[in-house]
Design a binder for this molecule. Structure first.
Ligand SMILES: NC(=O)c1ccc[n+]([C@@H]2O[C@H](COP(=O)([O-])OP(=O)(O)OC[C@H]3O[C@@H](n4cnc5c(N)ncnc54)[C@H](OP(=O)(O)O)[C@@H]3O)[C@@H](O)[C@H]2O)c1
Length: 338
């Protein structure tokens, strides 16, 4: 049976809000889950055309499991995009790893007690990447690759939030695959492992300071951060393409229990972002740091093509993504200083 009423977790977040919009434009009913109904109401208020198709439920923080039992009632499919994504932490295991795992556990437990037929999970390239794998020879990451990080390494209090975030995504995704392996689920899953995601925002953001972690990097460059940040990996995707991949992963029956890496074919560096901003925005001459020392790492690739073939997603160019986000951020800045 085709999906008709979809629960989207993280619906008020950067990626989740785009997913909500694609679902609504397909005529589907959407229930967003959020810890703050005020943010949910702001999403509804910004979409007057869709008030009869969109509702929100309040959920607790993922610190405890069992938060989705009420939220799945009447729902036939789920897109689980919520997970803590911040590098501003005091206790990585408590703030990143445990909530990410508990979020997946809760949604799958709730789904198994309901009529849900498919759960699409936003994992991350962080659960694919092997930071010690070096080219040559040239290699391509695919949906079969897994980050070799152990739980102990990720949760070590001495490690960085970046490593802990990678662990949070790996162990949360593994929780889902282990659930399916047990064989008694009445639904299937699809996991998506996108790299850095950039692009315009459609969730409730009033100031540039409220931009999500990945877009905040592009705004830092536009507003003169010196030196330029250095990309840890050269892979990225536009948020609009990623949202489409989620919805296609929900709508296509044949892709059940598959793992994909949605990613644009073009590599990026923050210098490339700076060069685009300099070329496209005349004011950037006064702010953007000029450098020529960042080289895009082309020593290995990743398989974004399977998503094009099996989910029908064509990728936007980095230029379009950067220009669209910076244009919007300039407006946000202007409005917030009025
Ligand atoms: N942005 C990227 O570059 C990128 C790349 C790859 C994968 N991802 C993954 O994509 C998903 C969405 O990321 P995003 O960039 O859209 O982040 P975001 O804007 O921070 O949105 C994440 C949402 O998750 C919910 N959430 C976070 N921590 C939670 C907790 N402890 N308990 C309950 N809900 C919680 C929040 O919803 P409420 O505040 O409304 O409750 C938040 O809006 C995440 O799974 C992330 O790991 C992101």
């Amino acid at each position: 049976m085709a999906p008709s009423y979809v629960l989207v977790t993280g619906a008020t977040g950067f990626i989740g809000a785009h997913i909500v919009d694609v679902l609504l434009s397909h005529g589907l009913k959407v229930r967003g889950a959020t810890r703050s109904l005020a943010k949910g109401q702001a999403m509804i208020d910004a979409r007057p055309k869709y008030t009869s198709q969109l509702d929100f439920v309040e959920i607790d923080d993922f610190e405890r499991t069992g938060v989705f039992e009420e939220a799945v009632k009447g729902i036939d499919s789920v897109i689980h995009a919520a997970s803590p994504f911040t590098y501003d932490t005091k206790d990585n295991e408590k703030e990143l790893i445990i909530p990410a795992i508990n979020g997946v556990k809760s949604i799958l437990d709730a789904a198994s007690k309901s009529d849900v037929k498919r759960v699409v999970i936003t994992s991350s390239f962080a659960s694919v990447l092997d930071a010690d794998r070096k080219a040559p020879p040239y290699f391509t990451y695919t949906g079969k690759d897994w980050n070799p990080l152990t739980y102990e390494e990720a949760a070590d209090p001495a490690t960085s939030a970046v490593i802990a975030y990678r662990g949070s995504k790996k162990f949360a995704e593994l929780e889902a695959w282990n659930f399916i392996k047990k064989g008694d689920a009445k639904f299937d899953i699809v996991t998506l492992c996108p790299p850095m995601t950039f692009g315009p925002v459609v969730h409730p953001v009033r100031t540039v300071e409220q931009l999500n972690e990945s877009n905040a990097m592009l705004w830092k460059i536009a507003s003169g951060h010196n030196p330029l940040p250095v990309a840890r990996v050269p892979f990225w995707i536009d948020v609009r393409d990623l949202a489409k991949a989620h919805v296609e992963a929900l709508l296509r029956p044949e892709v059940g229990n598959k793992r994909y890496i949605p990613a644009a074919p073009e590599g990026f560096s923050y210098q490339l972002a700076a060069d685009i901003i300099l070329k496209e925005f005349p004011w950037a001459e006064r702010t953007v740091t000029k450098t020529t020392d960042q080289v895009i790492d082309q020593s290995h690739g990743l398989d974004g093509e399977t998503v094009t073939k099996e989910l029908g997603v064509e990728y936007k160019s980095f230029k379009q993504t950067v220009v669209d986000l910076v244009t919007q951020a300039v407006d946000l800045k202007r409005n917030s200083t009025k």
